[in-house]
Design a protein around this ligand. Structure first.
Ligand SMILES: [Zn+2]
Ligand SMILES: [Zn+2]
Length: 199
């Protein structure tokens, strides 16, 4: 499903059969009720064929696979042998987290501070002028913030934008109204710049 070397997810496409997309190609993530271990998310993604399709991902594919913390194998072209990729990647990821780096972050507007986060807390994404509008449910205060970030900020673990845009708006908790507010606020183009120094 997730390939740590290409940072892409594989999904079914009705046109191409199979397609590969980045996390930043996701448009909506919705946690399905019930399943806990693993939690399962219904996602909608923007496919290279030009359409949007639905798919399913687990929380470990969202949060851990990009860090190499899931079972992955890759073909070593020099030796034509399959090798485990997870131990080496995960060692590095664990060391960086212990050193105070965080793979993903966002700016919580209600709390007025940057926060570490995992992709399973992202729930709406919209591409704009070279950047990405991102709605995040804060894992600490449970309220919603919308940030304007680079694609790399989402796709590459440990790539945190130094400064991001923050929509100065307290969003409703209602999911359907939220989607409309998300659009309106992104279209309005009102953003505050915030430095992203995690304490
Ligand atoms: Zn497609
Ligand atoms: Zn918060």
């Amino acid at each position: 499903m997730y390939d740590a070397l290409t940072t892409r997810y594989t999904f079914a496409c009705p046109v191409r059969g199979e397609t590969r997309v980045c996390l930043s190609d996701f448009r909506a993530l919705d946690r399905l009720p019930g399943a806990e271990h693993p939690a399962v998310f219904h996602v909608v993604f923007d496919c290279p064929c030009g359409e949007e399709h639905p798919g399913l991902v687990s929380d470990s594919e969202l949060d851990w696979a990009p860090l190499g913390l899931a079972k992955e194998r890759w073909l070593n072209l020099m030796t034509a042998r399959f090798e485990e990729i997870a131990p080496e990647l995960s060692d590095r990821a664990v060391r960086r987290i212990l050193a105070g780096e965080w793979p993903w972050s966002f700016y919580c507007y209600p709390e007025d501070r940057p926060r570490p986060v995992f992709p399973s807390s992202f729930f709406l994404l919209a591409p704009g002028d070279g950047s990405l509008g991102l709605a995040v449910r804060c894992p600490a205060c449970d309220r919603i913030s919308v940030n304007l970030v680079s694609h790399e900020h989402v796709d590459l673990p440990f790539h945190n934008d130094r400064e991001i845009g923050v929509v100065p708006h307290v969003f409703t908790a209602d999911a359907e109204r939220m989607a409309g507010e998300f659009r309106d606020e992104l279209d309005s183009g009102r953003f505050d710049a915030r430095r992203m120094l995690l304490e």
